[in-house]
Design a protein around this ligand. Structure first.
Ligand code: NDP
Ligand code: GDR
Length: 374
């Protein structure tokens, strides 16, 4: 039997990298769309990369961009995928306020370009389409917890662009009978998470602080509440959604909610540090209350301020609270998240601690290391 072919946009991103691993292990031939960059940016997929000269490749990269129809049409025509996963996006909510037009172009029109390419090429009945929809659609939440039926109220250019994509997917499903569906995924994280999303910023920042490579972590809204799961668990869902008899939209979430502050506490505890919080709002600080030297050789000392609020990270309109109800996915797809909140934080902290130790070693040996914090 011929191998199934999958095409993934956003293959160099967090989810893309886990999805490639998952599909390769399922026996797929996997094609990925990568945009042109001046430096290699394949860190997340280097361990599975197969060069153009390798025989019998099952993982193939193509240059393309969601803002460029011609590249998308050519790639889809060449690959003729059984499944297309649209994971590419300008995915940073705060950045979308700074680059609203580009965000709309890639995150809204990009989806339309892919759907149109499938239609123009007559692949409507062959290619199943997954759209990376988001809990950000709920924005100013109208109901707790949020389900597939909760009304949307997007609160950023990113969320508004993703709202367009959500509805264009529904429309192409209804208008052209395409197998197209939205996974409304709540926040999902991992050691591969981009460094400027809050969870990774926290685990990376704290790991470097305890090793003395950095002195203070600057954050925005500590009260924001999120439903955080593990990316590895969530990509399995993306695949499952395309294996059903009929295309449907699903909420994927853990059903558990924590604040950013709680995430900091949990990550610090994993490093043997207890934090005491003082002040409120933009004057709130996190101070080292105790250090358990048996957990990590912490360079920080009691009384040291290691977290400060910096209003530059506040958003013009914030999404204060998100909590998903994954009941439909549990009932229809038999899916349950495998990783608990504590396990997720621990995995991220230990991966960042290892990275920080490598940097520390390099510094001791006189080599320069990357020490950027945003
Ligand atoms: P990442 O930011 O890690 O990855 C985004 C990917 O999209 C990268 O490969 C990036 O390429 C690529 N990309 C960005 N713009 C373009 C473009 N114009 N053309 C082609 N490729 C582009 O995101 P995640 O992996 O975390 O998320 C995957 C998808 O799921 C995104 O659409 C995101 O909006 C959505 N989502 C994510 C959630 C989460 O919590 N992670 C929750 C809900 C939805 P490059 O590497 O070159 O930057
Ligand atoms: P989010 O993720 O906006 O939910 O979007 P992010 O981690 O950026 O923010 C989560 C919450 O933390 C607050 N916050 C900070 N955020 C960042 N990035 N940096 C900080 O210093 C900071 N301090 C506090 C934010 O204000 C926010 O409330 C992610 C992305 O992956 C989207 O693509 C995806 O659609 C949604 O999750 C679901």
């Amino acid at each position: 039997m011929e191998k199934k072919k999958a095409l993934i946009t956003g293959v160099t991103g967090q989810d893309g990298s886990y999805l490639v691993e998952f599909l390769l292990q399922k026996g797929y031939e996997v094609h990925g769309i990568k945009r042109r960059t001046s430096l290699f940016n394949t860190d997340r997929i280097d361990h599975i990369y197969q060069g153009p000269h390798e025989a019998n490749r099952r993982f193939i990269l193509h240059h393309g961009d969601l803002t460029d129809s011609s590249s998308l049409i050519h790639i889809i025509e060449k690959v003729r995928p059984d499944e297309l996963y649209n994971l590419a996006a300008q995915s940073h909510v705060a950045v979308s306020f700074e680059e609203p037009e580009y965000t709309a172009n890639s995150d809204a029109l990009g989806t339309l370009r892919l759907l149109e390419a499938i239609r123009i090429l007559g692949l409507n009945t062959k290619t199943r389409f997954y759209q990376a929809s988001t809990s950000e659609l709920y924005g100013l939440v109208q109901e707790v917890p949020q389900t597939e039926r909760t009304p949307f109220y997007p609160r950023s250019p990113y969320a508004v662009a993703k709202l367009y994509s959500y509805w264009i997917v529904v429309n192409y499903r209804e208008a052209y009978g395409m197998y197209a569906c939205n996974g409304i995924l709540f926040n999902h994280e991992s050691p591969r998470r981009g460094e400027t999303f809050v969870t990774r910023k926290i685990t990376r920042g704290l790991a470097r602080i305890v090793l003395g490579l950095h002195d203070c972590l600057y954050l925005g809204n500590l009260n924001a509440l999120r439903d955080w799961g593990h990316a590895r668990d969530y990509v399995e869902m993306q695949w499952l959604m395309l294996q059903q008899e009929r295309p449907e939209d699903f909420v994927i979430a853990t059903g558990e909610q924590h604040s950013v502050r709680r995430f900091v506490d949990r990550a610090a505890a994993e490093l043997g540090v207890t934090i005491a919080w003082q002040g409120t709002g933009k004057d709130e600080v996190g101070i080292v209350a105790a250090v358990d030297g048996s957990v990590a050789q912490a360079s920080c000392v009691p009384g040291q301020v290691i977290v400060r609020v910096d209003p530059r990270y506040f958003r013009p309109t914030e999404v204060e609270t998100l909590l998903g109800d994954p009941a439909k996915a549990q009932e229809k797809l038999g899916w349950r998240p495998r990783t608990s909140f504590d396990e997720l934080v621990a995995e991220m902290v230990h991966a960042d601690l290892e990275e920080a130790r490598r940097d520390q070693l390099c510094q001791v040996k006189g080599f320069q290391t990357f020490n950027r914090h945003e």
